[in-house]
Design a protein. Structure first.
Length: 149
């Protein structure tokens, strides 16, 4: 892997001499946040077509206890739907978006309220998500959630 990186020219966004995150237009920010919202809602709705479009083949999704690949994420969405789970509320607070060329890092506090097994539960976590602009679409190859702290 390091050999591939050494042979590849650095894009301006990866150049170690660059000054960090770029400014972000309102339109780009809205596109990124719309992709984020679509992915979360597609997961809870088991919308596999949208998940396949918005999650690239190489996905790393983690929380405080485990990591999952794309197949495991798709299976988890299916299990939630098969169990009759319903998304009741999805809310993002304190969102920041940092843009580095075609890569965006999104940080927020996410609150999810679901109905599952006849019971309502609410969880609030700190989320860090990476989006990559590919072929006109913001896709989500990485995210990590953990209790706020």
């Amino acid at each position: 892997m390091l050999g591939l990186l050494a042979a590849a020219p650095l894009s301006p966004s990866l150049n170690p001499q660059s000054s960090g995150p770029q400014g972000i237009s309102d339109a780009t920010r809205q596109d990124i946040l719309a992709a984020r919202d679509a992915i979360w809602r597609a997961f809870f709705a088991d919308d596999s077509a949208s998940l396949r479009r918005l999650l690239p083949a190489a996905v790393a999704a983690g929380d405080a206890t485990s990591w999952q690949d794309r197949a495991a994420v798709m299976k988890a969405a299916r299990r939630f739907a098969d169990a009759g789970g319903k998304l009741l509320q999805l809310k993002f607070d304190g969102t920041t978006v940092s843009l580095f060329g075609d890569v965006a890092v999104v940080r927020s506090i996410v609150t999810v309220q679901i109905l599952s097994g006849g019971k309502t539960s609410t969880s609030t976590d700190r989320a860090t998500e990476v989006f990559v602009h590919q072929q006109g679409t913001w896709v989500n190859p990485f995210w990590h959630t953990a209790p706020p702290g």
